[in-house]
Design a protein around this ligand. Sequence first.
Ligand SMILES: [Zn+2]
Length: 262
Amino acid sequence: MDELFDTHCHLDEDAFLNERDDVIERAIALGVTRMLSIGTTLASSQRAIELAERELHVRAAVGIHPNYCSGTQPTDWSEICQMARHPLVLAVGETGLDQYWKQTPIELQQDYFRRHIELSWEVKKPFIVHCRDAEPETLLLLEEMSRIAPLCGLMHSFAGSAETARKCLELGLYLSFSGMITYKRNEALLAVATEAPLDRILIETDAPYLAPVPLRGKRNEPAHVRYTLGKLADARQIDRHELATTTTANALRLLGWPAPLA
Ligand SMILES: [Zn+2]
């Protein structure tokens, strides 16, 4: 069976309460042998690490989501910096900019976004970007930071334009595609995913959110990443196995996960 890597899920969330082990088992049974559980606050980052310590098939990313920067305590960031060094933490984030929810002033979001990128340089682990209704601002900040040092990271649940995709790729970033590419009236996004270079694309669920068609509207889980894989393979007119192998290899190259799984 093909081994898939769900590069973005939130396994610590309450949507999986009392069912977390089943959700992980279902994923593994369907070949999703690697899941990156993403922190959005200090507490959720801690839970992601705890999960990674318990589950062979789970690793963690630690960070503070742009929507949660406002509620952050002064000591939270220094704790995130320490946690980013944990061997089971493969990435920093999720970070980025969100002008949709407007829960945090943009200046504070930008401040935290820069901190995450600096932390990514410090610990030599890639960063994970959330971008919602903020493409120009996100690109501006990424370009600004790229003038200091090369960027290593990924655009999570990429939903931007072809032009934004091109610029992100130029900056050295990977594009991670979610169930959004399976949605109707998202042809433009599917086209971006179809035209992106094969060696720079990843697949993710963003579970419990963004369930792909035919499960749209339901609670999402890592096992469902195969629908996104299938949609993308069909659109690119390549074999599913080839796309599975390639996207997993891409994720391993970017995020690392050295030890073989038992
Ligand atoms: Zn997320």
